[in-house]
Design a protein around this ligand. Structure first.
Ligand SMILES: NC(=O)c1ccc[n+]([C@@H]2O[C@H](COP(=O)([O-])OP(=O)(O)OC[C@H]3O[C@@H](n4cnc5c(N)ncnc54)[C@H](OP(=O)(O)O)[C@@H]3O)[C@@H](O)[C@H]2O)c1
Length: 355
């Protein structure tokens, strides 16, 4: 039997970790076995764990079948995997796919809608979960894929997709009438990719960040102004939309106090502080909603092509904004998890782990 392993975190204490060893799963008819090859860890993966119960992120990769108790959760990761065995026509050993993966040696999928672009995991336990997370894209059928940029795809692809759809939704709504867009956790990949997409399209872009991250965020050149969190009083009193990626209640309170009714929209996008912000913001950005609208407007291929074009423009620039720190094996994965969870990763660093 092929040995395998699973990394899990305490659902009630994300800093408690375990690595369980076990055999690689056996395949049934209609299934394929993926070997998880190379993955990334950013604040986004921690957010999946923070929202593990409420948004059902723990359900993608259940701990129970891997011999772990209900107190453990598998934080979903993004990256590349290789097909190592398959009972499904069109899904062949040796193929490489990009998708949503467990922090583990292997994943069994039930490929459906197999075509030249890839497949979807039709496993029963994933059927009710948001469908964009169930797609696995073959590197050979992917307009955004370039072998030399795998690490950028690992780190940025889902984040950039969110940023691309967020920027598109805001522009599609005439910026909600705002003259200024304020983004918190402006040094995060999701925020600065959105700023990259929105820069120069009308509203002024203001990035709010920690004092220690101001210089990095300014160096990106995609915000018109960068302010540390304690200088919110310096904002111009324009009609403003707040895109919240930090979740910090104090930042929201300071913006409301400073802007009053000039704060015309308050949209929760992320929560790098780990503090849920959906209720406080009153509005949550959910990329699949805008994605569905654009599939109707542009067609599936039209959206894919626009995304691929935007990705190529962004990736060429972002390659200079990130230092990839590459680790290897479950222990490096654990270390990267704990570092990102504690907020100790400098914004320029992107953790990638070869498994
Ligand atoms: N709605 C969606 O569909 C969607 C999709 C993708 C991402 N997101 C969300 O966007 C957020 C950013 O994700 P990312 O992967 O782009 O992040 P990232 O690049 O890893 O962000 C790092 C930045 O987040 C802040 N931060 C990180 N850890 C922190 C901690 N423990 N306490 C306080 N601040 C911390 C710091 O920024 P500052 O100093 O600038 O605050 C840090 O420079 C996440 O919450 C993610 O879930 C949402």
């Amino acid at each position: 039997m092929t040995p395998s392993w699973t990394f899990a975190v305490g659902r009630d204490d994300l800093g408690r970790t375990t690595v369980a060893d076990g055999p690689a799963p056996e395949l049934a008819d209609g299934e394929a076995l993926l070997r998880v090859d190379r993955v990334g860890i950013t604040a986004n993966n921690v957010t999946y764990a923070v929202l593990g119960e409420t948004m059902r992120y723990w359900e993608f990769f259940p701990a129970g079948p891997r011999g772990l108790g209900a107190e453990w959760g598998l934080p979903p990761l993004w990256g590349f995997a290789e097909v190592v065995a398959s009972t499904v026509r069109g899904v062949e050993p040796g193929q490489r796919v990009y998708g949503y993966l467990p922090p583990a040696g292997h994943l069994v999928v039930r490929p459906e809608r197999v075509d030249a672009g890839g497949f979807r995991d039709g496993s029963v336990h994933r059927a009710e979960l948001p469908s964009p997370y169930n797609a696995y894209r073959l590197t050979t059928g992917d307009a955004a894929y370039q072998a030399a940029r795998e690490d950028l795809l690992i780190l940025f692809r889902p984040l950039f997709f969110t940023s691309f759809m967020l920027a598109d939704q805001v522009a599609d709504n005439d910026f909600y009438g705002a003259r200024t867009l304020v983004l918190s956790s402006a040094s995060s990949k999701t925020a600065y990719a959105a700023a990259f997409e929105l820069h120069g399209r009308g509203p002024r872009l203001v990035g709010l960040t920690s004092p220690g991250n101001v210089a990095f965020t300014e160096s990106l050149g995609c915000y018109d102004t960068v302010l540390p969190y304690d200088r919110i009083v310096d904002l111009d009193l324009d009609p403003t939309v707040y895109l919240d990626l930090s979740g910090a209640p104090g930042v929201r309170a300071a913006l409301r106090e400073c802007l009053g009714d000039r704060l015309i929209r308050d949209i929760a996008v992320g929560l790098t502080t780990g503090i849920p912000n959906a209720d406080a913001a009153g509005e949550v950005f959910f990329a699949p909603n805008q994605m569905r609208k654009r599939r109707r407007d542009w067609g599936r291929d039209g959206l894919d092509q626009r995304f691929a074009d935007a990705w190529q423009r962004f990736a060429a620039v972002a390659a200079g904004w990130v230092d990839v720190h590459a680790g290897a094996g479950p222990e490096d994965l654990r270390q990267a998890w704990l570092e990102v969870l504690a907020g100790r990763t400098p914004p320029r660093v992107g953790h990638v782990v070869q498994l």
